[in-house]
Design a protein around this ligand. Structure first.
Ligand SMILES: Cc1cc2nc3c(=O)[nH]c(=O)nc-3n(C[C@H](O)[C@H](O)[C@H](O)COP(=O)(O)O)c2cc1C
Length: 233
């Protein structure tokens, strides 16, 4: 590095990405995610904006929670498989998502392909949810219109009756058995591209992207080697 480059580097220094990019982005990604979750400087540090597209390529985006980041290079979110996002993913398995760790001036963008999580994994996660969240998964046809809030509450009451759950079970969080609805579960978003963005002074941010190919079919992917590139901010 020349003297003048050193001077410039001091001017715009911040906690950026390593000068030599690691082969894989996953270790930094995990560290950033864990740091943000542990710090809890926002209510939902695990929130991601998830973009899907319909068969014509028209995009839609919404917030979901990233409940797991896996070392193999995928993230997991849970939802209703018949929701708008679920129906779009059934037709077009490509999706992208972004994490924004505002307090840390960091952003992670991911792009890749989505498959349903194994049933046993969805069962385990569903069983860990609060009683009322489990009831809600039965009561709500997510993304479908409903005439009124009153009608929605009626659907919740009916679901409770059907499942044999009383108000005291909900309030007391007692050990009631509520099975997972077949239309509700996890999705794994397997990364084909990961981009890490670290804010820098004077908007000279630090940005790098890693890409790889996914191999496999029928929901069983594995990732090939990563290729890394620094990107202008
Ligand atoms: C902070 C936050 C977290 C959310 N987490 C989830 C989630 O994990 N799963 C989910 O299905 N919806 C979640 N939602 C609701 C979604 O944003 C969205 O309204 C819903 O999934 C229906 O989207 P769709 O009609 O595009 O399928 C969350 C909303 C917010 C604001």
């Amino acid at each position: 590095m020349s003297e003048s480059q050193k001077g410039t580097s001091e001017l715009i220094s911040g906690e950026g990405l390593p000068e030599t990019l690691p082969e894989s982005p996953l270790a930094i990604m995990h560290a950033w995610f864990e740091e943000a979750v542990a710090a809890r400087r926002t209510l939902n540090p695990d929130a991601i904006a998830l973009a899907t597209a319909d068969a014509r390529g028209v995009p839609s985006v919404r917030i979901v929670l990233c409940k797991h980041l896996d070392d193999a290079g995928y993230l997991v979110f849970y939802t209703n498989h018949n929701s708008r996002k679920g129906r779009e993913l059934a037709q077009q398995d490509q999706a992208s998502a972004v994490f924004h760790f505002d307090a840390f001036e960091r952003q992670i963008r991911v792009e890749g392909r989505v498959v349903q999580s194994p049933e046993s994994e969805s069962d385990r996660y569903f069983a860990s949810r609060s009683v009322i969240s489990r009831i809600g998964a039965w009561a709500s046809d997510q993304s479908q219109p409903i005439a009124s809030r009153e009608d929605l509450l009626e659907r919740v009451s009916r679901a409770m009756e059907r499942l044999g759950v009383g108000p005291s079970d909900v309030l007391g969080e007692s050990e009631v058995s509520v099975p997972r609805p077949p239309h509700w579960g996890g999705f794994r978003l397997w990364f084909e591209r990961v981009e890490l963005w670290a804010g820098g002074a004077g908007r000279i941010h630090d940005r790098a992207a890693w890409t790889r190919e996914l191999a496999g079919s029928d929901g069983e992917f594995s990732g090939g080697p990563w290729s890394a590139t620094r990107v202008q901010p």
